[in-house]
Design a protein around this ligand. Structure first.
Ligand SMILES: Cc1cc2nc3c(=O)[nH]c(=O)nc-3n(C[C@H](O)[C@H](O)[C@H](O)COP(=O)(O)OP(=O)(O)OC[C@H]3O[C@@H](n4cnc5c(N)ncnc54)[C@H](O)[C@@H]3O)c2cc1C
Length: 458
């Protein structure tokens, strides 16, 4: 048995930063990784998908050449080169994480599957490691739904999609939320026929209805098929086609494609971690239960990142590391609940989100103000020829603080940070309203918009 001052399981977005801080403070640290260094974001999530989104955007703009006054001739997408670019960019991050951990003083890297043997003992390969401080950063993977016939057809997940170096003739995407929409739009732009199948009554169902409507409209304009209310699904193989029957009762609606991507959600990598032997509590969906400082029920064991169910993003996982490191090493008392909800959907145009949706504000019953501007009234968007979408901000009528915002439009993923930073400052919206922003930018219209707040009607 080898004793360490700290053991970190997983090298996603929290583990490597934490390893650097702990090892830097003089602790002897063991880091265990069973897969690719850097985890989901680096290898099968954010980095590769945003690299592919960038290729798809370039193709899209080239096809719109006439709108901008040029002709690019016959546009051909070479998927092998698109994939090679993606592999190169993602590879840099993956190798960077691996190199930095393996060269870190006071840090020993194990490349194998880790499993709890007891609350403070971890089995890795044929060895057992022991520590008073164990940090779980095991992330998650694609959840595979129970669908009749799914076991008899081939399908991709976000992970296996990373190996695709050809153009699917017709990609069926099961799941009309963040991951499904990003893949759906990019493959349409690469040249595939695409049909997105969503079980609910609208796309991105967690967002406000007007977000779903605008997203549906721009996907439709790009020729992406969308099937909603696909409640009862059956899958089968017919010759070389994958066939989805969408209404089991009447069996009328069906859609056939050449390839299928499952994008119906995520599940934590906790089922093979020996949590029962560690005595570590999880909820009904397998997420590790943690308190506001990310401590599990077992003293000396923390859970960070997607596996604790308190966030599902790279920035939330990284912030988990910051919270734990600050509390352990810097004598601070940082908490998860200090974090404001924020994320983006990387369709084109993207959606930047901060805080509450309008629906959540309404449900909260508080007095609120709302301001909205269409992107076609934003000069920078107009100049760029990217006028789809809108920006919307919600303000608490009493405290004057911003409650939330949805920016669906060009640079919405960047401009949202003006709102987010004002929220973190707990400043009234008037601070942002009186700021002089640069012309011409998308963010320039946030102060203008805040001058037109009206009561949020019923
Ligand atoms: C397609 C897609 C696109 C995404 N895009 C974005 C985006 O644009 N922006 C964003 O913020 N988020 C995005 N995300 C989410 C983001 O990738 C995750 O929230 C983030 O990677 C979570 O990091 P993590 O630290 O929790 O764990 P992970 O990154 O999942 O890392 C966990 C690591 O633990 C290892 N591991 C697991 N079990 C064990 C074990 N028993 N023993 C040893 N090692 C183990 C795994 O191999 C893995 O390397 C996306 C996700 C997907 C799937």
């Amino acid at each position: 048995m080898t004793e360490y001052d700290a053991i970190i399981i997983g090298t996603g977005q929290a583990g490597p930063g934490l390893a650097r801080r702990l090892a830097g403070s003089g602790m002897r640290v063991a880091v265990i990784e069973r897969g690719r260094f850097g985890g989901t974001c680096v290898n099968t999530g954010c980095t590769p998908t945003k690299t592919l989104v960038a290729s798809a955007y370039a193709v899209h703009v080239a096809r719109r050449g006439a709108d901008y006054g040029f002709s690019a001739g016959d546009i051909k997408v070479d998927m092998k080169r698109v994939k090679a670019r993606k592999d190169y960019v993602a590879g840099l991050s993956n190798q960077g994480v691996e190199r930095s951990l393996k060269s870190l003083k006071n840090c020993t890297v194990y490349e194998d599957h880790a499993r709890f043997a007891s609350p403070h003992e971890i089995e890795v390969g044929s060895e057992t490691l022991r520590s008073d401080r164990i940090f779980i950063n095991v992330g998650g993977r694609a959840a595979i739904p129970q669908i009749s016939g799914l076991d008899r057809v081939p399908y991709f997940t976000n992970s296996s999609m990373m190996n695709v170096d050809f153009l699917p003739r017709h990609l069926l995407v099961l799941g009309g939320s963040y991951i499904g929409l990003e893949f759906g739009q990019m493959y349409r732009r690469f040249g595939s026929e695409v049909t997105i199948v969503e079980i609910g009554p609208r796309l991105v169902p967690r967002e406000d209805e007007e977000v779903s409507q605008v997203v549906a409209a721009f996907l439709d304009r790009e020729g992406i098929g969308v099937q909603l209310n696909a409640k009862c699904l059956r899958l089968s193989q017919r010759d070389d086609a994958i066939v989805m029957a969408l209404d089991c009762e009447d069996g009328q609606r069906e859609v056939a494609g050449s390839h299928l991507l499952i994008a119906t959600g995520r599940r934590p990598n906790t089922d093979d971690l020996g949590l029962d032997r560690g005595g570590i509590k999880q909820d009904a969906r397998g997420y590790i239960e943690v308190d506001d400082e990310l401590r599990t029920n077992v003293p000396g064991v923390w859970a960070l990142g997607d596996c604790n169910g308190r966030g599902a993003f790279t920035h939330t996982s990284y912030n988990d590391f910051e919270i734990v490191a600050a509390n352990l090493l810097d004598g601070e008392r940082r908490k998860v609940t200090d974090r404001i909800v924020a994320y983006a959907l990387y369709t084109d145009p993207p959606l930047g989100r901060a805080g509450m949706t309008e629906a959540e504000v309404r449900r909260s019953g508080r007095r609120a103000l709302v301001a909205k501007i269409a992107m076609e009234d934003v000069s920078r968007a107009f100049e760029k020829g990217e006028t789809e979408g809108f920006m919307k901000v919600l303000v608490d009528a009493d405290s004057k603080q911003i409650l939330g915002a949805s920016f669906l439009g060009a640079s919405g993923d960047e401009a949202i940070h003006c709102v987010l930073d004002t929220m973190y400052a707990k400043a009234p919206y008037t601070v942002l309203q009186r700021a002089v922003h640069i012309h011409p930018t998308i963010a320039e219209f946030i102060p203008t918009m805040l001058g037109d707040l009206v009561p949020l009607g019923t």
